[in-house]
Design a protein around this ligand. Structure first.
Ligand code: IMP
Ligand code: MG
Length: 199
């Protein structure tokens, strides 16, 4: 069969759809309302930060659900290679363009797993003297936490399974699935086995 990374092909590798498009849209609207309420009295509004690349789709929907005065910026941070576990190493691949001194910052992230990425990121950004920093993540996997950190806003608490779609990837793929689903473990087990057989 010719390789075809179309939607039907990707769907074969999903064992379970956790949140479909409608459920995600409703939850993102609720998060936007909560954030808008919480910052309604803030004259300067917020800076919403998108953690590339995983948060990009969540970020775009969330941005449109927020009604307070608002600016956006993007940063790249990478703690994952092509595998499914954190390397523990966090590196900036793109820094912010804007100055966050004295501003209210909300970091939009796709998923909090070990928590190491966001813990590192909040430490780095706090040193730039923002008025406040909060975390808004679409998904939270608290079972895997390796440090003391909880999101201020969270879409869904997910089980300890590797999930893809709605921005989340495995080896750069599956981001364009409109839902969040569980990736069949054999997909990354096969890739792992292949990488060993080539050594
Ligand atoms: P942490 O530092 O372990 O919290 O890792 C956070 C980052 O790991 C997220 O921003 C994702 O890019 C990635 N990640 C963690 N769990 C998953 C998952 O189940 N699917 C896809 N990416 C994940
Ligand atoms: Mg990410």
């Amino acid at each position: 069969m010719a390789e075809n990374w179309g939607r039907a092909f990707m769907a074969q590798n999903i064992s379970e759809v956790l949140y479909d498009e409608d459920v995600i849209a409703a939850r993102v609207a609720e998060l936007g309302e909560r954030i808008s309420r919480d910052y309604a009295d803030s004259k300067e509004g917020i800076i919403l930060l998108c953690v590339l690349k995983g948060a990009c789709i969540f970020f775009s929907d969330l941005a449109r659900a927020i009604t307070v005065h608002f600016q956006m910026d993007f940063l790249g941070i990478s703690s994952y290679g092509d595998g499914t576990r954190s390397s523990g190493q966090v590196k900036f691949t793109k820094d912010l363009d804007c100055n966050i001194d004295g501003r209210h910052v909300i970091i939009a992230e796709d998923i909090m797993d070990s928590g190491l990425t966001l813990s590192h990121l909040t430490r780095v950004l706090s040193a730039r003297n923002p008025a406040s920093i909060r975390i808004c993540c679409l998904l939270d996997k608290p079972e895997r936490r390796e440090c003391e950190i909880t999101p201020d806003y969270c879409g869904f608490v997910v089980p300890n399974k590797f999930v893809v779609g709605y921005g989340l990837d495995y080896a750069g793929e599956y981001r364009n699935l409109p839902y969040v689903g569980v990736l069949k473990p054999e997909v990354y087990m096969d890739a792992l086995a292949q990488s060993f057989s080539h050594k």
